[in-house]
Design a protein around this ligand. Structure first.
Ligand code: ACO
Length: 461
């Protein structure tokens, strides 16, 4: 098969959200901390009738319908998620309800989990399957689904929720450049979820008091992210240079798409890439930029992650390139928040939404990061594609502007109340939900009941 990649996409995020400016005031944070400090505008969240299973049921059903895909044509289904609802039964098996109805139970694949990276693992599995001798000619389907919620405290405004479904096959408008790919994987306790009866993550080095207070060591996770980014970028540049016999720099990609825990980290990340280009003496860095970055040339790696001056200088140099190569990817992550496995692909969906009519022929570099830690930088190339698998049709199916516009804003008080209820509901049995689907769009799945044997029941509006 040729041009294996993403044929079609659908995104779903809850219609319930909270403005960061309002949350900031409610939390007593200084004005601008969440909106400028973290760079976030709004945060989506699941109410008690939605979860990662309902969101993925919605995304998959909608994708099959809108691109007129016969469910029998799916030969592999892979889910990436870090939201644990069951320690054994995969989310994939819940999604089989859609396919069983059509007599298709011959579908390979299960769930992949490692923090925000599972979606990328699932995507690679599907792409590799289509590229392999095991491929039976049918489509692969990838689902990234997560609900990111944090305990009260500084990390809470970095929550979010979404599900994204992606159809994988040959002759795609979004093609994998599989040789241009580099990973960095390592053992770190930067963000993890060892408390099995809580949905909230913990991050700590050693201090047990932090674990008890469920404090997230966000600064460590930020540094781990940036170190993984640097390592992947260096390795990708080296591989490219061996392959193509010429330098790779940020000038070789039209766009850079990052996993986005919060937008500020994306700004810092792109600044790091610019700094890397400077250290490698790449042609993308002009004389005036060299002068600004020269004072930092001799910093050790560790020092470079601590230096506020370097952070400022590289962001200053990066600014015009950021506006051109990154800003068009930031819409959904800024509006919905961290969607964990779906975050990178929501940033990618933002790019399709904003630029679908000028993407053909362009290259985009993707950076996937999952704490713990696993990271891969990889390259995609666009072509116009053919209806229904065209860039413009993908953008129109996802209908991002309309989905964002039709959301309902909650007060922080109501949000906190819902978070409290969800803490009790997590891992609980024997309850029915309010079944209130008044805010959900027609076609949305929602949770109605968890019975005395922990079995979950969903209905479609
Ligand atoms: N106006 C403008 N900016 C402000 C204001 C203000 N009033 N107040 C603070 N800021 C800035 C700070 O200067 C800081 O910016 P900087 O990063 O450029 O220094 C930023 O806002 C954040 O403020 P801090 O006080 O440094 O951070 P805080 O301790 O409150 O927590 C954090 C932020 C660490 C990001 C927290 O939200 C967190 O732990 N999040 C979860 C972990 C995470 O997402 N890690 C990332 C990778 S792993 C993953 O995907 C889960």
């Amino acid at each position: 098969p040729k041009n294996v990649g993403i044929l079609a996409m659908e995104i779903y995020f809850p219609p319930t959200c909270l403005q960061q400016e309002v949350l900031e005031a409610h939390d007593g944070a200084s004005k601008g901390k969440y909106t400028i400090g973290l760079g976030q505008d709004c945060m989506g969240f699941c109410t008690e009738v939605e979860d990662v299973i309902s969101m993925s049921l919605t995304a998959v059903t909608s994708l099959l319908e809108k691109y007129a895909i016969d469910p029998k044509q799916i030969g592999r289904l892979e889910v990436g998620s870090e939201t644990v609802i069951d320690k054994s039964k995969s989310i994939k098996t819940f999604l089989m309800q859609i396919f069983e109805k059509h007599g298709n139970t011959d579908i390979e694949g299960v769930d992949s989990t490692n923090a925000c990276y599972g979606g990328t693992a699932a995507l690679f599995n599907c792409v590799n399957w289509v590229d392999s001798s095991s491929w039976d000619g049918r489509y692969g389907l990838v689902v990234c689904t997560d609900s990111a919620v944090y305990a009260e405290g500084p990390a809470r405004p970095t929550g979010g929720a979404a599900a994204i479904a992606m159809l994988v096959g040959p002759d795609a408008p979004i093609v994998f450049e599989s040789k241009i790919r580099a990973s960095h994987m390592s053992h770190a306790y930067d963000f993890y979820k060892p408390i099995l009866d809580s949905e909230y993550p913990v991050i700590s080095l050693i201090p047990a008091c932090l674990v008890e207070r469920q404090v997230v060591d966000g600064k460590l996770s930020q540094t781990c992210y940036l170190m993984a980014l640097d390592t992947c970028y260096k390795s990708l540049c080296n591989k490219y240079e061996k392959l193509e016999g010429r330098e790779f720099s940020m000038a070789d990609a039209a766009y850079f798409v990052f996993h986005s825990p919060y937008n500020k980290l994306v700004q810092k990340s792109f600044g790091r890439l610019v700094f890397n280009d400077f250290l490698r003496n790449a042609s993308s860095i002009d004389e005036s930029a060299k002068q600004i970055l020269a004072p930092f040339e001799s910093l050790t790696g560790d020092e470079s992650y601590q230096s506020r001056d370097l952070e400022k200088a590289s962001q200053q140099v990066a600014k015009p390139f950021y506006d051109e190569k990154v800003q068009p990817t930031t819409l959904i992550p800024k509006q919905v928040g961290n969607m964990y496995t779906a975050s990178l692909y929501a940033a990618f969906a933002s790019l399709l939404h904003n630029k679908h009519d000028t993407l053909a022929g362009q290259r985009v570099i993707m950076f996937s990061y999952g704490s713990g830690l696993t990271a891969t930088m990889f390259s995609l190339k666009f072509n116009e594609g053919q209806h229904p698998f065209s860039l413009s049709n993908i953008a129109s199916v996802m209908n991002v502007a309309e989905k964002l516009k039709s959301r309902h804003e909650f007060t922080p008080e109501k949000f906190v109340e819902i978070m409290k209820l969800m803490e009790h509901r997590y891992g609980a049995k024997d309850f029915v939900t309010s079944k209130d689907c008044s805010l959900l769009a027609p076609g949305t799945y929602y949770l109605t009941e968890v019975d005395s044997k922990y079995r979950r029941f969903y209905t479609k509006k």
